[in-house]
Design a protein around this ligand. Sequence first.
Ligand code: ZN
Ligand code: ZN
Length: 164
Amino acid sequence: MSDPIAFTGSCACKNITYTSTTLPASLTNCYCATCRKLSGAPFTTFAETPTSSLTWTVKDPASFKQTSYSDIATRQHCSDCGTPISMQYKCEMEVIGLTVSSIDEESVRGKIPDVGMHIFVDQVVRIGGFEVPKDDIPRAGRLTKGFQRTIEAWKKGLAGPGLG
Ligand SMILES: [Zn+2]
Ligand SMILES: [Zn+2]
């Protein structure tokens, strides 16, 4: 018996679909310039979900693209319709940030947590008077200090003795 499905999702053209057996642990709004360019919106909301909970179904594997815009993360999108699907930090591959807009809302069984963090608020776009919502949700200019330390430790590990 496999675990019951907690939610499903897809790109706009349904070339890529996924199911997850657990709900996301947290949601984060990212205002970075890359999220903005890729989404066509002032920010992207990611639903951090255990990678091991996901099952992918891809009709045309050649259209399931992986791209890195920095040395710390990899993003996945459908090249047929352009939908950004997910992002993974290389130091934390056991978690995948699914774009909330790719989740099929009607499929969700249970309660997905509310947004718990605004990140990269230093890069917020101001066009049209847009700003980070004035709320009590914690915010970070870029990454949180704790996660920045995780990334630095990961980078040190890569450069450490024995790997050269
Ligand atoms: Zn697609
Ligand atoms: Zn971002």
